[in-house]
Design a protein around this ligand. Structure first.
Ligand code: URA
Length: 210
């Protein structure tokens, strides 16, 4: 993946995203739509996975069949909203390894602080796809990616549903080597760090909290 930002403008993705944005959309429908979109985004983010061939036998003859090469990829969910993207992706890539990064914001320093970090081994030999639906300020995303690099990850992609220009810029500055795949880049952040027009708090909307 050569470009830093890929916007998946497929009509199905855009239609489903519009339904998710609507405030009247219920928790159950929101969750289902996120699951569906995550599979369409997964298709895009894995487009250039390296391939090899393996000799197989069809009922008629032998052939060298294309299969994925290398170690299984690692999906890393940024808690808690990342889990909404993770579920659908795992349906599509059931053998992927999975990791979790939990961060909270220190109210005094405003810096992201790690409270949970559990990732697959041999990160350096895997394609690592970090999933978090909302790329807002980009501070926690940039911190999570740094933690993964510190743990050995070398080939990282960032997958989100919605991004703010501020978050894209922050990630580009901190991690120019990490391509971002998203369904849309919205207008801007509001003064509370929410994406406008956005869809509200993704975690609250998918888990029915407030
Ligand atoms: N996180 C969310 O869930 N929504 C936003 O708009 C920004 C960050």
């Amino acid at each position: 993946m050569t470009q830093h930002l890929t916007i998946v403008d497929h009509p199905l993705v855009q239609h489903k995203l519009s339904l998710m944005r609507e405030k009247e959309t219920s928790t159950a429908v929101f969750r289902q739509l996120l699951r569906e979109i995550s599979q369409l985004l997964a298709y895009e983010v894995t487009r250039e996975l390296p391939m090899t061939t393996r000799e197989i036998e069809t009922p008629l003859r032998k052939m060298d069949a294309p299969v994925l090469a290398g170690r299984k990829l690692a999906l890393i969910s940024i808690l808690r909203a990342g889990n909404g993207l993770l579920d659908g992706m795992l349906e599509l890539i059931p053998s992927a390894r999975v990791g979790f990064v939990g961060l909270y914001r220190d109210e005094e320093t405003l810096q992201p602080v790690k409270y949970y970090f559990k990732v697959p081994e041999n990160l350096g030999e895997r394609l690592v796809i970090v999933v978090d639906p909302m790329l807002a300020t980009g501070n926690s995303s940039a911190a999570a990616v740094q933690m993964l690099k510190d743990a050995g990850a070398k080939n990282i992609r960032f997958l989100c549903l919605l991004a703010a220009p501020e978050g894209v810029a922050r990630m580009k500055e901190a991690h120019p080597d990490v391509p971002i795949v998203t369904a849309a880049v919205d207008e801007r952040l509001n003064d509370k760090g929410y994406i406008l027009p956005g869809l509200g708090d993704a975690g609250d909307r998918m888990f029915g909290t407030r």
